[in-house]
Design a protein around this ligand. Structure first.
Ligand code: XMP
Length: 507
């Protein structure tokens, strides 16, 4: 049985990070809405209560009955979680004089307490709260304090329940990972057996049992998530899996052939469909970004659907959905933040069941699993690429000629990043073709040609991004090569906008 830590989510921005830190301790964990604790699950070894934007004394505050977990598992409350424990058991929580945000140091820390084993004096932590615990419940003990926060950490008497006012999960809490290790490993007794190898072994067995003799269809995009999902399923059910890879004509230069070749080398049963003509026909003359996206999405579903119906007896649609796609903290208030299924309506339309073998993994774990499965590094380390492909990087209407120009420029840029050892330092990179012509001079000739923009960003999750500070020498080289080699381009610019307020793609 895969033992796990449960993180009850009260809506904090950093709940996902707690999960990530625990996975880094080779321990499986699940993030669940605060009111969805799985009672009677014997695989639970400990419970963490997350932070929250709310105040525990608000009328609409999220509350739980601590008796459901007290005495059954070790409990750690973080920020709001700590306040909730105090408040529920008779302590006092009040607005802090001023909001306490940022770095602080633990001036007092009880290193004899198992939660703080190995802590250094004055250890730096990160605070982010508007409320503070002004009085602990009877019998509770303060085990750490800062300058301004007396009850920065506490322990309940005679039971394994702790609270910390600061955020051990964030990078700026320098010994935060140690605190979580003390809790997860020493206190909860994690065996630390959550590894890529263990994941592959158990998931393959589960997929076999789940799918039996059924046929499964999976849409490949060339990206790392769908590719890893395919290889995992292939290991479990082999030829019962049919992968469909649609070429909408707006992939990178030679990408369709290269990716098909990779997939075949991996032993996948892949159907490649060249539907570019249909897409170009339907997109002809369409300029508006959302209209283009809608046509691409609709055509994709049509092509995929037609191909999938050829697979007789298909019962399942597999997808490379990963954990961050599914964690919707606001779910606890009933709101959906985003719908992530690229082939959304398909499962219902085709009467298929969904199979999402990576749904518990973070991106870096997907990569670890890919490596464990022996997939080549160039597939695993690939930059994200949008579903509509170069279609959202050609501003205005899309034509095969514009795609050709963009493919050439993009190929030079991406190859350049690889050659200069910069590819792995950026989250994602590409080129945008502007609907703008400008005057230039080449040889002794006047030119009146198109402008392209290079875009490269750093990010950890694509929710926010900064423009990559690429070396000037490299940008100069790229500009030169693109203008010299790509017929139709006489000007290159570099995008220095961050997200927000810009986005990564231009459309
Ligand atoms: P933005 O442009 O919103 O992009 O900052 C964030 C991330 O999402 C990718 N992206 C897409 N991926 N289908 C996809 O599968 C899409 O329609 C799509 N639009 C944007 C983008 O490349 C970046 O990684």
């Amino acid at each position: 049985m895969q033992e796990k830590i449960i993180i009850l989510d009260f809506g904090s921005q950093t709940t996902q990070l707690i999960g990530r830190r625990i996975r880094e301790l080779d321990t499986f964990c699940e993030i669940l809405p605060y009111n969805k604790f799985p009672k009677d699950d014997p695989s639970v070894i400990g419970v963490i209560l997350s932070g929250s934007p709310l105040s525990v004394y608000d009328k609409e505050a999220f509350r739980i009955d601590l008796n459901d977990i007290r005495g059954k598992y070790p409990i750690l409350g973080i920020c709001y979680g700590a306040q909730l424990i105090s408040y529920s058991l008779g302590g006092r929580v009040e607005p802090a004089g001023s909001r306490e945000y940022g770095r602080a140091n633990l001036q007092y820390v009880d290193t004899a307490n198992p939660l703080f084993k190995g802590f250094e004096p004055n250890s730096q932590i990160w605070m982010s709260h508007g409320d503070t615990i002004t009085a602990l419940p009877a019998g509770f003990r303060t085990i750490a304090s800062t300058d301004s926060v007396k009850n920065a950490a506490f322990q309940a008497p005679d039971e394994p329940m702790w609270g910390v006012q600061f955020h051990p999960e964030v990078f700026h809490s320098l010994q935060g990972s140690l605190l979580l290790k003390n809790f997860v490993v020493d206190i909860c007794g994690s065996r630390q057996d959550w590894s890529a190898a263990a994941f592959v072994e158990t998931t393959v067995a589960e997929l076999k049992a789940q799918i039996g003799q059924d046929q499964v269809i999976l849409g490949l995009s060339g990206g790392v998530d769908s590719s890893v999902a395919a290889v995992l399923l292939n290991r479990a059910i082999g030829r019962q899996l049919t992968c469909i890879f649609v070429d909408h004509g707006m992939l990178r230069k030679n990408e369709f052939q290269n990716v098909m070749h990779d997939y075949e080398c991996l032993g996948l049963n892949v159907v490649g469909v060249d539907a570019s003509e249909k897409f170009f026909r339907d997109l002809q003359g369409v300029r508006e970004p959302e209209a283009k996206r809608k046509i691409i999405g609709r055509d994709f579903i049509e092509v995929f659907d037609a191909e999938a119906r050829k697979v007789t007896g298909a019962r399942w649609l597999a997808q490379g959905t990963i954990y961050p796609d599914r964690i919707e903290s606001l779910n606890i208030t009933g709101k959906v933040i985003k719908s992530h299924h690229n082939v959304g309506g398909l499962p219902q339309q085709m009467n298929l069941k969904l199979c999402e073998p990576l749904k518990w993994l973070f991106k870096d774990e997907v990569r670890r699993v890919g490596r464990q499965l022996g997939m080549p590094e160039h597939l695993i380390g690939r930059h994200p690429f949008p579903g509509p492909g170069l279609g959202v990087r050609i501003l205005s209407d899309i034509t095969p000629e514009k795609v050709r120009i963009l493919q050439e420029a993009d190929d030079i840029f991406i190859q350049g990043l690889r050659d200069w050892g910069l590819y792995d330092q950026v989250w994602q990179a590409g080129v945008i073709l502007l609907p703008v012509q400008s005057v230039g001079v080449m040889g002794d000739e006047r030119t009146y040609e198109q402008a392209v923009v290079l875009r490269a960003v750093t990010s950890s999750d694509a929710m926010t991004a900064d423009w990559a500070h690429l070396p000037y020498d490299f940008l100069a080289k790229m500009s030169n090569e693109i203008i010299n080699k790509v017929k139709g381009v006489n000007r290159v610019a570099y995008d220095i906008s961050s997200k927000p307020p810009a986005t990564i793609e231009w459309e």
